[in-house]
Ligand binder design. Structure first.
Ligand SMILES: [Zn+2]
Length: 356
């Protein structure tokens, strides 16, 4: 009988069909694949159902066993489908997590940080040197009275030295004992203000902006920074001045720097001197920076004039002092080899970024 010969084949065919279905299932990677697979193997006219059509030809006692076997295969395939779909969901979830993951070892987006202006950097460095030698930092007003900027500094109204310090006057009525209001031409008024209010000893450095009515060129700006220094005590002399300024120059420009004092004139000191350092570019042999002289002038200084001490009611018989004033831009130009003062105020980021 034909039916009896096919009957033993059904379990074998079921087994082969199950293996085929499992192989196909493992290749499914999307919902559409699963739907197609379900239709192909488990659907109403799917392959398993087709196979069971042959059940009718089986001997009656065989039918339940084969039918049960077929149902088991169907259940196993359905379970396999579910497991495979769940696995796919898990994989997708893992992929999503991976895509969202934050790699904390990656370098961050660089933040564009600002920096101190080179003049501020040099200013801080200079103040630091004097602070370590016991000087206090003091500030005074930029809009000043004639009295402090000139008169009490031994520069009376008719003094020719006023020509050296032409400035901008503020449009205000002069006050009888203070004179005209003006933009200070130097930081020296701060020493007068400090001495007026403080008995000796005094040891200060006064940084700040100063103003000159001046045409701008490579070495002149109408606005620039100065640092004033003043020490007054009962036995201060030129040796103290030399010692302090030599120590300062060596800390700023290097321990081998030689320091030279040349006689000079400033109305508020006597004697007065200009201080030069040995050129750090050519070590004093002569080059373009030092104009072949081997020396670079860095500041003016001197012993405080007795008239200045008297003006603030210090007794010049009892007290003496030294004072110095330096231009911060000039020091910065020498230190970094900058040949035009205007770079400092040009707001060119390419210039400024070199001083990180
Ligand atoms: Zn030189």
């Amino acid at each position: 009988m034909a039916d009896e010969t096919t009957a033993p084949d059904i379990p074998t065919q079921l087994e082969a069909l199950e293996r085929e279905a499992e192989a196909q299932l493992s290749a499914c990677a999307a919902d559409a694949d699963f739907n197609e697979w379900r239709t192909t193997y488990l659907g109403r006219s799917g392959k398993v159902t087709q196979l069971l059509r042959g059940l009718g030809g089986l001997p009656k006692e065989e039918r339940p066993r084969i039918g049960q076997l077929a149902n088991t295969v169907k259940q196993r395939l359905a379970a396999a489908l579910e497991a495979q779909q769940a696995q796919l969901r898990r994989n997708e979830h893992a992929e999503a997590l991976k895509a969202e993951a934050l790699d904390v070892t990656l370098p961050g987006e660089p933040v564009r940080a600002g920096q101190l202006h080179p003049i501020t950097q040099v200013l801080n460095e200079i103040l630091g040197i004097f602070e370590r030698m016991g000087f206090h930092v003091v500030e005074g007003p930029e809009v000043e009275w004639d009295r402090y900027n000139f008169a009490l500094l031994n520069i009376p109204a008719d003094h020719p030295a006023r020509d050296m310090w032409d400035t901008f006057y503020v449009d205000a009525e002069p006050v009888s004992n203070l004179g005209s209001m003006l933009l200070r031409t130097h930081t020296s008024p701060v020493q007068v203000r400090v001495m007026e209010e403080t008995p000796p000893p005094v040891r200060i450095v006064a940084p700040g902006r100063v103003y000159r009515n001046e045409a701008t060129d490579a070495s002149h700006e109408a606005i620039f920074y100065q640092i004033e220094g003043l020490a007054v005590d009962d036995r201060i002399n030129m040796g103290d001045l030399k010692g302090v300024l030599t120590a300062f120059a060596r800390q700023l420009f290097g321990g081998k720097t030689r320091v030279r004092f040349n006689c000079s004139y400033f109305p508020f000191v006597e004697p007065g001197a200009e201080v030069s350092i040995s050129c750090h570019v050519c070590s004093g042999n002569g080059c373009r920076v030092c104009k072949q002289t081997g020396w670079l002038e860095i500041l003016g200084c001197g012993i405080v004039h007795p008239n200045v001490l008297r003006a603030v009611n210090y007794d010049p018989e009892k007290y003496s002092g030294f004072a110095f004033g330096l231009g911060v831009e000039r020091i910065a130009m020498l230190k970094y080899g900058i040949d035009d003062i205007r770079y400092f105020y040009g707001n060119d980021i390419r210039f400024l970024e070199q001083f990180r």
